[in-house]
Write a protein that binds this ligand. Structure first.
Ligand code: DQA
Length: 152
């Protein structure tokens, strides 16, 4: 079966994983998370590309690039931009790429300003609260969704 091409996007401050607020985000760093995701992708027939940026515009441009490359789906932890970014919402809407939003922490158990997501209502699905496992659940869910849609 042809592999699915999945772009994994990490938003601002996620380059600090491993040392950043471990009580919320755990001790795994981004390199390890990406390596583990690529390994999971291999097992379930997904070719993974990863991207991290602390800049909203770069994230928007990476989404545009993904559309030009015809990637099959996006797994995105928009980090703080989850709660603020109309630009990311518009990029995802404009590019018509199915995506899953994920968070390491359960944003609904935290401060009220984290409860709202600018992306959740246009996402295929959302995952939150499982630490780095959230990425794997998001990838698995998206892959199953894309395969189910391919076959219809
Ligand atoms: C986060 C939750 C966001 O509220 C926060 O700004 C982050 C990380 C998470 O993965 O739990 O940077 O997206």
């Amino acid at each position: 079966m042809k592999p699915l091409r999945i772009l994994v996007i990490h938003g601002p401050n996620l380059n600090l994983l491993g040392t950043r607020e471990p009580e919320h985000y755990g001790l795994q760093n981004l390199t390890t998370i990406n390596e583990d995701l690529i390994a999971t992708g291999d097992k379930i027939g997904c070719e993974i590309t990863t991207f991290q940026s602390n800049h909203e515009g770069e994230l928007v441009e990476r989404i545009h690039q993904a559309a030009a490359e015809h990637v099959d789906g996006i797994v995105i932890n928009p980090a703080a931009y989850t709660h603020t970014s109309i630009a990311l919402r518009d990029a995802l809407l404009g590019c018509h790429i199915p995506f899953v939003e994920l968070h390491l922490s359960n944003i609904h158990r935290r401060e009220e300003f984290r409860h709202h997501s600018m992306l959740a209502d246009i996402a295929t699905g959302i995952v939150a609260g499982f630490g780095p496992t959230s990425y794997h659940l998001a990838l698995q869910g998206l892959a199953e969704h894309l395969r189910a849609n391919r076959n219809t």
